[in-house]
Design a binder for this molecule. Structure first.
Ligand code: TMP
Length: 218
C-alpha cells in the first residue's frame, strides 16, 4: 500500500519505443476523467536534473565510466523524487514519469553489465521516502525503436550498438517477469492509438484496484 494519496506510474522501454507519446496520451485521458496529472521525465524534470541529463546524453563524453553513469542517473533521480514527485503524490496527483529506476536496471544493469544488487542499493538511497508505484513497459524490438530515431542526431546512449539495446530489452522483460505485481508489459507495435488502448487498460485497472509494487520487490 502506498503512504500518499497520489499514484506514480512510470513508463519504460527501449529507445524509440514510444513512451513519450504514451505519457502524453495517458495524461490527456486522465485529465479528461478529472484527475490532476503531473508528467515528468528522467533523467530530468528539475533544473538540476536537466543539467545532469545534458552531461549524460552528450556524445562528447565518450569516456564516461559505467559507474559514473549509474551514479549520475541516480543523482538526477534523487533530486526529481524529492523536489517534484513526492510533493505531487502528497497533494494527490497522478504522476506519470517517462523512465524511472527500471531504466537504470535495464541500461546500466543488463546493458552495461553492472551488478543489479549494487544498482538497487544505490537507487534505494536515491529514492529515500518513495514507496510503491506502478510501471508500464512499452515493449518493442530494439531495431524498430532505432529506426524511429535514425532520422535525427542520436544521443550518447542511442549511439550504443544493437546488441546493447537488445540486452536492454531483454532486461526489461526479465524485470517484468520478476515483479509482475508492479510491472506490466505492453506491445509497442502499431499506431500510437492502438498502443494507448493497451496502456489504458492497465492504467484503468490500476486506478480501480490501487495495485502497486515496491521499487525493488518485497
Ligand atoms: P530518453 O531519451 O528516453 O529521455 O532517455 C535518455 C536516455 O537515458 C535513454 O537512452 C535511456 C537512458 N537512461 C539510462 O541509461 N539509465 C537511466 O536510469 C535513465 C533514466 C535513462
Amino acid at each position: 500500500m502506498s503512504s500518499w494519496p497520489g499514484k506514480l506510474i512510470t513508463f519504460e522501454g527501449v529507445d524509440g519505443a514510444g513512451k513519450t507519446t504514451q505519457v502524453l496520451l495517458t495524461a490527456a485521458a486522465l485529465e479528461q476523467r478529472g484527475y490532476t496529472v503531473l508528467t515528468t521525465r528522467e533523467p530530468g524534470g528539475t533544473r538540476l536534473s536537466e543539467e545532469i541529463r545534458r552531461l549524460l546524453l552528450d556524445p562528447q563524453f565518450s569516456e564516461m565510466a559505467a559507474s559514473t553513469e549509474a551514479l549520475l542517473y541516480a543523482a538526477a533521480r534523487s533530486q526529481l523524487v524529492g523536489e517534484v514527485i513526492l510533493p505531487a503524490l502528497e497533494s494527490g496527483s497522478v504522476v506519470l514519469c517517462d523512465r524511472f529506476v527500471d531504466s537504470s536496471l535495464a541500461y546500466q544493469g543488463y546493458g552495461r553489465g553492472l551488478g543489479l544488487d549494487l544498482l538497487r542499493t544505490v537507487n534505494a538511497f536515491a529514492l529515500v521516502g518513495l514507496g510503491a508505484f506502478y510501471t508500464i513497459v512499452i515493449d518493442l524490438q530494439p531495431e524498430q525503436g532505432m529506426r524511429r530515431f535514425a532520422t535525427r542526431e542520436s544521443d550518447r546512449l542511442e549511439q550504443e550498438s544493437v546488441s546493447f539495446h537488445r540486452r536492454v530489452r531483454d532486461g526489461y522483460r526479465a524485470l517484468a517477469a520478476a515483479a509482475p505485481e508492479r510491472i506490466r508489459v505492453v506491445d509497442g507495435s502499431g499506431t500510437p492509438d492502438a498502443v494507448q488502448a493497451r496502456v489504458w487498460a492497465h492504467v484503468a485497472a490500476l486506478l480501480e484496484d490501487g495495485e502497486q509494487g515496491a521499487p525493488f520487490g518485497g
